[in-house]
Design a protein around this ligand. Structure first.
Ligand code: PMV
Length: 316
């Protein structure tokens, strides 16, 4: 018997960094996934991940933490498990790969033991490895990966999940990896040094957020795009963009996108662009031409899900 879980990546549509400062943000789960399989093993707990193993053994630590916290929660101590991680989410570029892997690991382990874990509890357990990796994360990454769809996220208060049919984003990966922790600290240093300046940016962001909520509910893509560009400018002023990201954003707009912005912690990593169907390929090509790795991502509406595989039989 084998338990399988898949959990989606996320993009932040509005509010990265501001969310760490306590402001609300908007994220969207996308159809790029981390797959985790859990089965019995001969001795001990063996974690394998094709991608992470090749980086270094230390990168497996958060997965081990997710595993241990889940087993502790379940009250299981003597067990032998083989945990296989197969993630198609690029690492360290702002798409929430660590959260998706942790969420899928927790869900697969609990399903293996016959428990359909409450999503709130998955959220709580996923915070343990997320804190190990990112320091003081807002929790938006695992929330989006667990619930799917578009999430209006209020730190320490909860979230609203809005139903949304089809939505596609063009993701431009600069392939410049960076650390979320370092960038979050950079903003904190700026806040310590120049509080008034950061508060002004926060105020501008708050009114932008209110407009973004309305535009998303109305599916006003022109307005969403315009607000994405404004959000990117605010992030530039916070000091978390990168010249390549700025170039990607500029090119996407030139190629006809409604708007574009960095997504995630910035400092490299990915940007996102919104365009109508006719211009989507043109935007994607423009980003490829300047060296971007491009993904056209659909919304994921479900969030984490699990299955049991018994021989050739799949149980939902
Ligand atoms: O780049 P990522 O996927 O780690 O996203 C970071 C988003 C931040 O707002 C910068 C941090 C957070 O915890 O919300």
């Amino acid at each position: 018997m084998e338990a399988l879980a898949i959990a989606p990546a996320k993009t932040i549509l509005f509010g990265e960094h501001f969310v760490v400062l306590g402001k609300p943000a908007i994220a969207m789960a996308i159809g790029l996934y981390a797959y985790v399989s859990v089965k019995e093993f001969t001795h001990g707990i063996h974690v394998e991940s094709t991608k992470l193993n090749s980086l270094n053994r230390k990168s497996l630590k958060p997965i081990k933490l997710a595993t241990q916290s889940t087993l502790d929660y379940l009250g299981i101590s003597r067990v032998s498990l083989k945990i296989d991680i197969n993630s198609f989410i690029p690492i360290g570029v702002g798409l929430g790969s660590s959260a998706a892997v942790s969420v899928a690991t927790i869900a697969a382990i609990t399903r293996f033991f016959g428990i359909d874990l409450d999503r709130k509890k998955i959220h709580e357990l996923a915070f343990i490895p997320e804190k190990e990796i990112h320091g003081k994360p807002s929790g938006i990454d695992q929330t989006t990966s667990i619930y799917g769809g578009i999430i209006f996220f209020k730190p320490n208060k909860g979230f609203e999940r809005i139903p949304c049919e089809e939505l596609q984003l063009i993701i431009g990966n600069t392939k410049i990896t960076r650390s979320t922790k370092t960038l979050v600290n950079r903003v904190k240093e700026l806040l310590d040094k120049n509080k008034d300046y950061v508060i002004k940016l926060q105020e501008s962001y708050e009114s932008l957020y209110d407009e973004a909520i309305k535009a998303i509910k109305l599916k006003d893509f022109n307005k969403i795009g315009e607000l994405m560009i404004k959000n990117h400018e605010l992030l530039k002023k916070l000091g978390v963009s990168h010249e390549i990201l700025d170039k990607f954003v500029e090119k996407a707009i030139e190629a006809g996108a409604f708007g574009a912005k960095l997504t995630g912690a910035g400092g490299g990593g990915c940007m996102i662009a919104l365009a109508d169907k006719e211009r989507m390929n043109r935007v994607a090509e423009a980003l490829c031409e300047i060296g971007g790795e491009v993904i056209i991502a659909n919304i994921d509406k479900e969030g984490v899900r699990t299955k049991i595989l018994r021989g050739n039989l799949l149980e939902y």
